[in-house]
Design a protein around this ligand. Structure first.
Ligand code: C2E
Ligand code: CA
Ligand code: CA
Ligand code: CA
Length: 278
């Protein structure tokens, strides 16, 4: 009957409104979050497999919300992108990474660090200018810095993307293709981009030591990337057997909970200055 149907719709609307409202509130709060010191940068170690040493890390942003607790980046990064707040957020992360790299290097830690750059920012002229400013400021050596982009950034405007990535490489910054394998494009297509590194998505890596198809994908990606002079990072290493497989196929770097979880800078440094690796 009609009353019941209306009721169902009313309740349905209510649910959607709650979700929309929550997003709008979060979006507003995100504006204040940086100034309020609620945004933190955590680091996840990247293991140089052959050297058996932590040589790099990935900066992963965290929002310590005063009432909601830790808000996951998969939740607020897309919001920040929609609300055009991803620029300031990424510049905040970049600035923090530059400061941390300086202090790590000053204490003799030979590390590089990766920053995630959204597709939207790859297309942004003002972000490109900011990256140039940071490099030209001399606060950081460009070789210490890796910028991670996803395929969607490269595919939306291929020529623009190739030009921007080429500019970064010309400055001496490394460029990494993130989440490799999840999109449509092949490595022979991506070869047109000036990449220094390829990160194989964890969905292919996680079971590569026990699944023939995944093993084949990882092995052939490593071989082809190496032929093109591109280093390979495998993400999502959760067990030793997986790391052993990667060593066997000649993968350059490994990242995942088995190596180390994302952690605050102080914990990361402490972990590196202790003798044990894992
Ligand atoms: P991503 O760039 O692919 O980062 C890797 C994600 O995998 C991280 O999630 C990391 O904590 C998680 N991870 C690492 N090792 C393992 C593992 O062994 N097993 C499993 N199950 N997961 C693992 P996180 O930190 O929640 O970040 C999620 C996504 O949010 C990132 O995916 C990235 O796309 C985005 N993101 C994070 N920080 C930033 C940032 O500063 N800027 C931008 N634009 N995006 C960011
Ligand atoms: Ca990444
Ligand atoms: Ca990734
Ligand atoms: Ca991802």
């Amino acid at each position: 009957n009609q009353a019941a149907a209306e009721n169902v719709f009313a309740r349905h609307d209510q649910v959607d409104m709650d979700a929309v409202e929550r997003e709008l509130i979060l979006m507003g709060e995100l504006d204040e979050a940086i100034g309020a010191g609620q945004i933190e940068v955590h680091y996840q170690p990247k293991l140089d497999i052959a050297a058996d040493r932590i040589a790099s890390c990935e900066a992963l942003v965290r929002w310590r919300h005063p009432t909601r607790g830790m808000v996951r980046p998969d939740l607020f990064i897309p919001l920040a992108e929609q609300a055009d707040r991803i620029g300031p957020l990424t510049l905040f992360v970049l600035d923090r990474v530059v400061n941390d790299l300086q202090s790590w290097r000053a204490s003799g830690l030979e590390l590089t660090a990766a920053v995630n750059v959204s597709a939207k920012l790859v297309a942004s002229a003002s972000f490109a200018a900011k990256v140039r400013d940071v490099i030209e400021s001399g606060r950081v050596r460009p070789e210490w810095l890796i910028l991670e982009v996803t395929e969607s950034a490269a595919l939306a405007e291929p020529e623009r993307a190739a030009a921007v990535l080429g500019e970064w490489r010309a400055m001496g910054v490394s460029v990494s293709m993130d989440d490799y394998g999840t999109g449509q494009s092949t490595l022979s297509y991506l070869r047109q981009l000036p990449l220094s590194e390829l990160k194989i998505d964890r969905s292919f890596v996680q079971h590569a030591h026990q699944n023939r198809a995944d093993a084949l994908m990882v092995r052939s990606t490593v071989d082809l990337a190496h032929e093109l002079g591109i280093k390979v990072v495998a993400e999502g290493i959760e067990e030793e057997a997986c790391l052993n497989f990667l060593r066997e196929v000649g993968c350059d770097m490994a990242q995942g909970y088995h190596i180390g979880r994302p952690m605050p800078a102080t914990d990361f440094v402490q972990r590196l200055t202790n003798t044990s690796l894992a």
